[in-house]
Design a protein around this ligand. Structure first.
Ligand SMILES: [Zn+2]
Ligand SMILES: [Zn+2]
Length: 364
């Protein structure tokens, strides 16, 4: 199979930074997510992107890849295709409004890299990641949101033993309880003996007499998780909130992974936000600009009356202290900056024109 270069898949150069790799991955994963992209090859591309990210986001795997190319990653789960994404494959990605969830396990060894040899060890569960889209106001004043996503938990029926009846655990017939199987193969240089983890019991040495009906012996089950998260006020765009142990269950009693929620804040027609500060463009007529006067301007806290000084020039910026967004961490608010645009009348009545002409003649 002709595999594309991982950097090429993510549209990056070999010198890309960790941040750039993550940003490119997020953008592409969103674009090709099978829930959103209905093109026939979207799923394939999505998997390709996942795989590239899995390797390039991991220091040691990236190093191996940089040095040896695809051959350098053979031992890792990513190189064998999408094996690590079982259970979430196909069209099974959460159909959850504008939220999308997916595996984000590349940072931790939850996939069992290196094949069966790690099956027997306790590993931490995968982290999960999703994007939460917020309205402009919700981000400013904070809100409560229910997130819904799929995750793997320890099977509730067998409590993670994988057995229908935990009391009926028998010695594995394949490895006779050793957890390993030894194979001898003859080659031209002699016979080679290889020892590997028993495929039947996964190295446990013992096995359930009858597998749990719920998890089929896998010890885990997939559920749709739903919980309320409190979004703090002033939350900035593009920030990631972390919820510990809300990811997937680990193997053999290992810890749960975490859930990462990426906050995406929608834009507003009137207000533009930069950190805690808000920017608006405000039109005033040429008479108010010339003579001064009071006008009403919108703020995220409601309308406010401000004074326009006499002789105000176009483009002048007025600062309204404390009328910006609440500070994300800390107390008080940012400021609002009002950029004034002076409107010159496009049409004048005959009388108006006369008056403007009088002013002109006065000023000569
Ligand atoms: Zn066995
Ligand atoms: Zn079970």
């Amino acid at each position: 199979m002709n595999k594309r270069d991982y950097y090429e898949v993510l549209g990056l150069s070999k010198s890309a930074t960790k941040q750039e790799i993550k940003a490119a991955y997020r953008k592409l994963a969103k674009e090709f997510h099978p829930d959103r992209n209905k093109a026939s090859d979207a799923e394939e591309k999505f998997k390709e992107i996942q795989e590239a990210y899995e390797i390039l986001s991991d220091g040691s795997k990236k190093q191996a890849y940089d040095q040896y190319g695809h051959a350098g990653t053979q031992g890792f789960g990513g190189a064998s295709g999408t094996g690590g994404f079982e259970g979430f494959g196909g069209g099974d990605f959460g159909n959850i409004n504008d939220i999308f969830s997916q595996f984000f396990g590349a940072d931790f060894g939850g996939f069992g890299f290196g094949g069966g040899s790690q099956k027997n060890s306790k590993t931490r569960g995968n982290n999960l990641e999703m994007t939460l889209s917020l309205e402009f106001d919700e981000a400013i004043f904070g809100t409560e949101k229910t997130v819904k996503y799929k995750r793997e938990i320890v099977c509730r029926d067998c409590k993670g033993t994988g057995a229908e009846d935990p009391d009926k655990i028998v010695t594995c017939s394949e490895c006779k309880g050793s957890g390993y199987v030894t194979r001898v193969s003859r080659t031209f240089i002699g016979s080679i003996q290889t020892r590997s983890v028993c495929p039947k019991c996964g190295g446990e040495g013992s096995i359930a007499d009858q597998k749990c009906h719920n998890c089929k012996g896998s010890t885990k089950e997939q559920i749709t998780e739903e919980f309320k998260i409190k979004v703090p006020q002033g939350v900035p765009d593009n920030i990631t909130l972390r919820y510990t142990e809300k990811g997937n269950a680990g193997n053999k009693g290992g810890d749960y992974g975490d859930l990462y929620v990426n906050i995406e804040v929608k834009e507003n027609e009137i207000f533009e936000r930069s950190g805690d500060d808000i920017y608006i463009d405000q039109e005033i007529d040429v008479i108010t600009a010339t003579l001064g006067g009071n006008i009403k301007v919108p703020t995220v806290h409601g309308e406010v009356e401000i004074k326009i000084p006499e002789g105000t020039q176009p483009g002048r910026v007025i600062r309204l202290k404390g009328k910006g967004a609440p500070k994300f961490q800390g107390s008080g608010n940012g400021d609002e900056y009002i950029k004034l645009k002076v409107l010159v009348p496009e049409k004048l009545s005959r009388e108006e024109k006369k008056l403007w002409e009088e002013i002109r003649d006065q000023r000569r």
